[in-house]
Design a binder for this molecule. Structure first.
Ligand code: SF4
Length: 137
């Protein structure tokens, strides 16, 4: 689950700080992203924070930027259809679902949720293409 305040900007390439994960975790956005914290004044968190918290969520009490008043602890995405690609989001609080819905690509284009959903969809398509290519070999 990603942090609900993390706006992913670009996937990290091998050789970026992804090498810190010797056993790569299953990442909420499909792969590791660098990005911006939108809690308070927008800023770029440290690499360590992005790696440990922004990309992985549940930062309440572990990140001083995480707003105490936030109703949501983390965001999870899941695919419900491949053709066309349809994605649902699940907002979590205390490790339980709080709210869910289908991501509307025509909805609020600049919301953090929209940025995360697009990043998830992009990574999902990339991984499917890589799997199809590997099967064809
Ligand atoms: S810096 Fe903290 S509050 Fe901001 S996106 Fe990262 S984990 Fe969330």
């Amino acid at each position: 689950m990603g942090c609900p305040f993390f706006e992913p900007q670009r996937p990290l390439e091998p050789g970026d700080w992804t090498e810190y994960w010797t056993h790569r975790p299953r990442l909420p956005l499909g792969e590791a992203y660098s990005g911006i914290c939108r809690a308070g004044d927008p800023h770029t968190p440290s690499k360590e924070r992005q790696r440990e918290l922004c990309n992985c969520g549940y930062a309440r009490g572990r990140c001083e930027n995480f707003p105490k008043s936030s109703a949501v602890d983390a965001v999870r995405f899941s695919v419900i259809s491949n053709e066309p690609l349809r994605v649902i989001y699940i907002l979590e609080k205390d490790y339980a679902p709080l709210e869910h819905g289908e991501f509307d690509p025509n909805g609020e284009p600049d919301s953090v949720l929209a940025h995360q959903a697009r990043a998830f969809a992009q990574s999902y398509r990339k991984q499917r293409a890589a799997a199809a290519k590997a099967q064809a070999v």
